[in-house]
Design a protein around this ligand. Structure first.
Ligand code: GDG
Length: 483
């Protein structure tokens, strides 16, 4: 029976080694949840890196690891520490990530990184070939694996291959600076279907294909040899029900069952009922615009001093890629900014910024979403931004205001949010003022539209639409009949 093979850098389970026994804990991330309908039963297999390098894996546990993964419908690609360094921390996160998020000056063009990226992509492709059959359907995820489609295509000319990019695809003017730009495009073009979050990313990709490879491109199809490659946008949704239900449970939770964080938030509300909580949640990443947001908050407090002691900014910054130098610098910059602003503005009764540098359990995430009057998300570039969608899904009484950067993919679907340019402090200060003073009826009317859309186009629909577009392509066959 034909299978679906999902392939991503990391597997949707986390391995824990306890006294020589292995536990595979399913992860609760958006991708893992969304793929549930695709990754179920014996007809699917998820291939990826387990998160343990060869050096960290006791050889006597290899079989137990494989068994634990198999029970979860997974199989691993083995990587050593040097491969993880060059492929993941190197080319993926020091070359592609900054470039695709328009941070050209951070992008490092290192031949060693590139060579390791190629070698590791080949390892993933070999694992697919080994574990799949010709009539299986293959879905490759994200920027770490852009060469995999072509590497598989070489050995399996008739297999159906889809690729989805979770980050932006940059404009041709940015993309063309990459020394290995043709190889990356050719790698992606091994696919039958290439998906992006937005129509703009799709257009940027098509433009690069046309201008760099000189291929024939018509509307959203690319003609290569005897194949037609389809390019389309599939904006990723969230598990709407999971977030809404968690918020309902949280709201109904009995007094004595509240989390410590929730108690603190409730105490804060009780002691200062007219104070507004403004929330931001991101991985600590320069693309998320956290430092600029803090500066914009200071600007806002200077422009509207009447809000001093009346607003509080909560920043949850989740540690990420902390052995990449740019991330270490950013951490230092944010620590200093928060320290300076709190030092200068705090009063006996008020600290303007609550800063958490950690990952919180899911329940606490819900506590933050449901307790905050405003979510303020200011990425300088973001493929989609699921936090914006999750905040809205948890607002069960439809109150709350979302201020969202135009530079996030999600802004295209969330017109009822207050959209801002993260570089414009004046506009952001005025928008914060607008959010704080927005009448409840207006909040509810905006959120009604947003929630309806998020509920309908949830992550399962996203995964199913991609798969059915790929399957349609399969049924239509690969042949390109010249007109
Ligand atoms: C990439 C693209 C695209 C955050 N803090 C905690 C926590 N989270 C969860 C959120 C959300 C996820 O992490 C973050 O997703 P985003 O979409 O906002 O951002 P990236 O991590 O950069 O994701 C992005 C996405 O891929 C999907 O294609 O939208 O543009 O960059 O789900 O809830 N979860 C828990 N504790 C935390 O402290 N449990």
């Amino acid at each position: 029976m034909a299978k679906t093979i999902i392939i991503s850098n990391r597997l949707p389970v986390q391995l824990q080694i306890n006294n020589g026994s292995i536990n595979a804990i399913p992860s609760v991330g958006g991708l893992a949840t969304g793929m549930k309908s695709v990754h179920s039963g014996s007809e699917s297999l998820w291939i990826g890196w387990s998160g343990l390098t060869d050096e960290d894996t006791p050889p006597e546990l290899e079989d137990a690891i494989d068994k634990a993964l198999k029970e979860n419908g997974c199989a691993k690609v083995k990587l050593n520490a040097q491969e993880v360094d060059g492929f993941y921390f190197g080319f993926s996160n020091r070359t592609v990530w900054p470039l695709f998020h328009y941070f050209l000056k951070y992008s490092e063009f290192e031949l060693d990184f590139w060579n390791t990226y190629k070698a590791v992509n080949q390892k993933f492709a070999d694992a697919i070939i080994e574990k799949s059959d010709e009539d299986d359907t293959i879905w490759v995820h994200d920027y770490q694996l852009m060469l995999v489609p072509q590497m598989v295509r070489e050995k399996r000319p008739n297999t159906s291959i889809g690729f989805f990019l979770h980050i932006p695809f940059p404009s041709y003017e940015i993309f063309r600076t990459l020394p290995w730009r043709e190889e990356i495009l050719e790698g992606l073009l091994g696919s039958d279907l290439i998906g992006f979050h937005t129509y703009d990313y799709e257009r940027h990709f098509l433009s690069s294909v046309r201008r760099l490879l000189g291929l024939e491109v018509s509307f959203n199809e690319i003609y290569l040899d005897n194949r037609v490659i389809k390019v389309d946008s599939f904006p990723m949704g969230i598990d709407y029900k999971k977030f809404r239900d968690a918020a309902l449970v949280q709201v109904e939770r009995k007094q004595d069952n509240r989390s410590d964080l929730q108690q603190r938030l409730d105490d804060h509300k009780a002691s200062a009922p007219d104070t507004k909580l403004i929330l931001s949640i991101d991985r600590l990443d320069y693309s998320k615009g956290i430092a600029k947001r803090i500066n914009a908050f200071e600007y806002f407090l200077n422009k509207y001093p009447e809000y001093k002691e009346k607003v509080r900014l909560i920043i949850l910054a989740v540690p990420s890629r902390s052995n990449v130098p740019q991330y270490q610098l950013l951490k230092k910059e944010i620590d200093e900014l928060v320290g300076r602003i709190n030092g200068e503005l705090s009063t006996v009764n008020w600290t303007p910024i609550w800063y958490f540098y950690r990952s919180l359990p899911f329940e606490n995430l819900i506590d933050l979403y449901t307790s905050s009057d405003i979510a303020w998300l200011t990425p300088l570039r973001d493929g989609m931004n699921l936090v914006a969608k999750e905040y809205i899904a948890t607002r069960t009484d439809k109150s709350g205001v979302l201020i969202l950067s135009e530079m996030a993919g999600s802004a295209y679907e969330m017109n009822e949010a207050l959209l801002i340019n993260p570089n414009n402090f004046e506009q952001q200060a005025d928008t914060l003022h607008q959010a704080i003073t927005m009448p409840l009826e207006e909040q509810q009317s905006r959120n009604t539209f947003l929630q309806k859309r998020l509920e309908r186009y949830n992550v399962e629909v996203w995964a199913n639409e991609f798969m059915s577009a790929l399957n349609q392509k399969k049924t239509a066959g690969h042949a390109y009949i010249s007109q």
